[in-house]
Design a protein around this ligand. Structure first.
Ligand code: NOJ
Length: 748
């Protein structure tokens, strides 16, 4: 009898739980989460940690959601969002909403330049705006979490994901990474037009050896603390909602099992309280990486490391229950993870409104969105060369223009990597935009020359040459198709693919002025082609509005202001090459290049210094470099005090004069050098930048504030300290600081 009463009570209790609103003793999220967790079974808790693909509502997915075995979905299309949420809210026992996630990397429908191109804007306000628009468009389809920004520092253009990065510098990446997070998240995640951001990939993914994706990263504590981690720390401080581990191992430990990174640094030292979501299969791969023997162990390792959500490995779903029972996994590890997931769902307001408004007017491609995308493409284009001020072109002085090259009219390619939702039909290509720009003016001779970037069929090249010959100027669009950069799209050779070099050379041989526009996902080693062109605009993959942006730049409606967020090497053999270099004991003063070495020269005759026989010491273009149609000079650097103490704030000012003919923006960059320290320091480190508008013939004063932290570094005792002594400060137009001004200061 007792048993029967017990059974009836249990049944009544279960029935009372079904579809009952969760009781919330107080209003704090913490209290709500606690109350909810008290009602959850272990099975339901583990369900919250399970993330799967939501592309199709299969019977299996239906029942998994209804049983409370799934916490989040990735890649769930708009037309399914309300269906899956209804199952979660109305059929699962506790009515916990799902979190819908997707990679919204550089735009949702309106596509902005690839992140590397956005970094070239050196404009955090614009970058923030781009992320805000991406959030507005994506959330209108029910997406409330994006796996962005990717803030992996990389110094290796062979790595395909350099396209998705913000470049080689920790400071620039920190500033722009925070801008992206602010744009995605806003101040209040409950707003339905905001999405939670995700800092990825923690950590050292951009240091994959040899630029080969997923490869090991063997990094010193110096490299980790000083170069790799700062952007992650910055976005953690800025309140990024989630983190994602990288695929690779770091010094022998796969990221998804890396307690040093996740427990000690992220949660411990930084005190970050957010949700960690694994990468796709990254937990299961721990076994493949040779770090444990069984799949079950991968789950145990990851959950104990603090990886809250398992994206697609299914190992939490399969093994956590039994691992908990046999004591291999602690209750605390699971409870902590569940708390993190539920907290994020509350922060997003999903318990109050998990649904998407299917009746709302679509806001994709709003004119204001397109205007920002165009501005980002304008500011993200870097003018590398402009012989005899060939640019800007004056349409009224031209009779005919040749438009040549496989990227001139390649709507899908200009979008770049990682855009699942982009619609190439909405791209405006350079050909379209220039045709419109010149509609009442010069005749256009358009010959692609090659049909796509890898095309090796040279049949059309002769026609391209004829078009060039009968034109006053050639606009030559070269680069890489979108598929050649991004995840697992690494290249060992960084030339122009296919027969493009042949096309460039043939067109250049006509002697006509050639403006080469490079639309690529990475820096390419194309010194020969650049030498053959008279002007070069490096636009990366500029997104939906690349065409109008390029047209405006070529015809002077806009003035280039982009600066390189990454060094362009002369040759692959220089990689890794980046501005943040240290001095060697044998600086490159006096060296002989390979062609100048006399035959039979003595072994000792070249001088023993650091350089490449066949490439010297300089890159093709340094970090921070970018020309304008006008010229700027830097003068009169001043500091508020020559000697300063750890508590002072130094103000550095410098005058920039626009000595040319155009009103334009300039990005002034502040670099610091600590010449002597207990650990050797880089020759320069970016510590500030300012984008200023200066009218032709006028000057502006830029001003930077520096505090003790700007002089500090991670010493051998693993402390972040500034050591007393002299420092040199540079304010310059690029990392080639000799072109700017310098001043010495002393930390006492
Ligand atoms: C793998 C990528 O490494 C990661 O960046 C991305 O967010 C996930 N796949 C989900 O698509």
């Amino acid at each position: 009898m007792k048993k029967l009463v017990g059974f009836i009570v249990l049944v009544l209790w279960c029935v009372s739980c079904v579809q009952q609103p969760v009781t919330t003793p107080t209003n704090s999220i913490d209290a709500k989460v606690t109350a909810l967790m008290e009602q959850m079974t272990w099975e339901e808790k583990i369900g919250q940690l399970h993330q799967v693909e939501g592309g199709q509502l299969t019977p299996q997915l239906y029942s998994e959601i209804a049983e409370g075995h799934v916490g989040s979905l990735l890649n769930c299309p708009k037309h399914l969002v309300n269906d899956v949420q209804r199952i979660a809210m109305q059929q699962s026992r506790l009515g916990i909403p799902l979190l819908i996630a997707r990679d919204v990397i550089h735009g949702f429908k309106t596509i902005f330049p690839i992140p590397l191109g956005q970094a070239a804007t050196f404009n955090p306000i614009l970058v923030e705006k781009g992320a805000e628009i991406a959030a507005t468009e994506a959330s209108s389809e029910g997406i409330r979490l994006t796996f962005a920004p990717m803030i992996d520092i990389t110094r290796d253009p062979r790595w395909g994901r350099i396209a998705e990065s913000l470049g080689e510098d920790p400071y620039l990446t920190s500033v722009l990474g925070v801008a992206m997070v602010n744009g995605f998240q806003g101040n209040d995640l409950t707003q339905p037009n905001k999405v939670a951001a995700c800092a990825k990939h923690f950590a050292a993914y951009g240091f994959s050896e040899g630029g080969r994706d997923y490869n090991i990263a063997d990094v010193s504590e110096y490299q980790l603390r000083e170069v790799i981690l700062p952007p992650f720390k910055s976005v953690a401080d800025a309140g990024v909602a989630s983190f994602m581990p990288s695929f690779n191992e770091i010094n022998g430990v796969p990221a998804s099992a890396n307690a040093y990174l996740f427990k000690q640094i992220l949660r411990g030292e930084w005190g970050w309280k957010g949700t960690v979501i694994s990468d796709y299969f990254s937990i299961k791969q721990i076994k493949t990486q040779g770090f444990c023997e069984t799949e079950a162990q991968t789950a145990a390792l990851a959950i104990e490391t603090g990886i809250d959500v398992d994206m697609m490995s299914y190992v939490y779903h399969q093994y956590l229950d039994s691992l908990l029972m046999d004591g291999s996994v602690s209750e605390k590890a699971i409870n902590d993870a569940v708390r993190n997931v539920l907290t994020l769902k509350y922060k997003l307001g999903l318990f109050d409104n998990p649904y998407v408004d299917t009746l709302a007017q679509p806001i994709h491609y709003d004119v204001s969105h397109l205007a920002v995308a165009k501005q980002a493409a304008i500011e993200g284009a870097v003018l590398l060369k402009n012989e005899h001020n060939l640019l800007p072109l004056s349409a009224s002085q031209l009779n005919s223009v040749a438009i040549i090259g496989p990227m001139a009219d390649a709507p899908a390619e200009q979008i770049g990597t990682w855009c699942f939702d982009a619609e190439p039909s909405r791209s405006i290509t350079p050909l379209m935009a220039i045709t419109k720009e010149l509609q009442d003016g010069p005749i256009i001779h358009y010959v692609p020359g090659l049909n796509y970037s890898r095309d090796v069929n040279t049949n059309q090249i002769e026609r391209a040459v004829s078009a060039a010959k009968k034109s006053d100027v050639v606009l030559l669009f070269v680069g890489e198709e979108a598929i050649l950069s991004g995840e697992a799209k690494c290249r060992a050779r960084l030339d122009l693919p296919g027969a493009q070099a042949q096309l460039v050379n043939a067109v250049a041989a006509t002697g006509k002025p050639v403006v080469m526009v490079v639309m690529a996902g990475r820096p390419l080693c194309i010194g020969n082609e650049i030498a053959n062109a008279n002007a070069v605009l490096y636009t990366f993959h500029g997104g939906t509005m690349a065409g109008p942006a390029i047209s405006d730049l070529l015809f002077g409606k806009s003035i280039p202001s982009g600066k390189l967020p990454v060094t362009i090497p002369q040759a692959e053999g220089q990689i890794p090459i980046y501005y943040y270099q240290k001095e060697t004991g044998r600086p490159p003063h006096h060296f002989t290049l390979i062609d100048d070495i006399p035959v039979g020269a003595k072994q000792t005759s070249l001088g023993f210094c650091t350089y490449w026989l066949d490439a010297g010491i300089e890159p093709l273009y340094p970090f921070g470099f970018g020309l304008s149609y006008t010229q700027f000079t830097y003068s009169d650097i001043q500091v508020s005090q020559q000697n300063f103490s750890a508590t002072d704030t130094l103000t550095v000012t410098c005058t920039i004069t626009n000595t040319g003919k155009y009103n334009a923006y300039e990005v002034a960059q502040l670099y610091v050098h600590d010449p002597v320290a207990s650990l050797t320091r880089p020759l320069k480190q970016l510590k500030g930048f300012q984008k200023v508008f200066i009218k032709a013939g006028e000057q502006e004063k830029v001003s930077f504030k520096l505090t003790n932290n700007d002089f500090a570094f991670w010493n051998n005792q693993n402390q972040f300290v500034a050591e007393p002594g002299a420092f040199t400060l540079y304010v310059a137009p690029s990392s080639d600081v000799a072109k700017g001004c310098s001043v010495s200061v002393v930390l006492e």
